[in-house]
Design a protein around this ligand. Structure first.
Ligand code: FE2
Ligand code: FE2
Length: 198
């Protein structure tokens, strides 16, 4: 399926606001791909499709879960704000016929993150949070880190923000986000101690 076909289908799946957000994420992801040396077209495509399953009703989610044997965990089950990324990866792969694994997995992990994320996964995770339409305390700091080549610092900062917000609201925190943050903190410590050894 080509990009224009995918965009047309998406217009029918998303609200207008969400469609604009998706295009904003795509543009932001393409810019980031340019800065960090990732494939710009793939980054754009991943941005376009990342929220494709956002408005799936329970029965539609169930349909995909059964059809593709998807295992939703305890927190994802019945929670579209988490499950849309997992389900969206299957829509991207089987409905939009996208065969690039980086695109698929960046859709899959754009809400929670995961341990040891690759560049495309990080780009989509962050582009979702800093696209031009986003406005919340701390967004400028993330944008600055990203434009200064500090993508990992932006990742850690955004995990910190998300986890702090969940704590404040008394919400559950997805273990993948905690694991993703731990992984990055440990990696950064190791890198710092290597630098100090030199
Ligand atoms: Fe999303
Ligand atoms: Fe999004």
């Amino acid at each position: 399926m080509d990009l224009n076909q995918i965009k047309e289908i998406l217009k029918g799946m998303l609200t207008e606001k969400r469609y604009v957000h998706s295009i904003n994420v795509a543009n932001c992801a393409r810019e980031m791909a340019k800065i960090y040396g990732e494939d710009e077209e793939k980054a754009y495509l991943a941005g376009v499709v990342h929220d494709c399953a956002k408005y799936f009703k329970n029965d539609k989610v169930e349909e995909y879960v059964k059809k593709y044997n998807i295992e939703l965990d305890e927190l994802e089950t019945g929670n579209i704000s988490l499950s849309h990324s997992v389900i969206g990866a299957y829509v991207a792969k089987y409905d939009f016929k996208i065969d690039d694994e980086d695109v698929i997995s960046s859709v899959r992990y754009h809400t929670t993150g995961k341990v040891d994320m690759n560049l495309m996964e990080k780009i989509i995770y962050i582009a979702d949070l800093i696209e031009v339409g986003r406005d919340y305390p701390g967004v400028e700091e993330l944008r600055e880190l990203v434009s200064n080549g500090k993508l990992d610092d932006a990742m850690i900062k955004s995990f910190d923000n998300t986890i702090a917000l969940m704590l404040k609201k008394g919400n559950t925190i997805h273990p993948r986000s905690v694991a993703a943050r731990n992984f990055m903190i440990i990696k950064r410590k190791e890198e710092n101690s290597k630098k100090n050894d030199k």
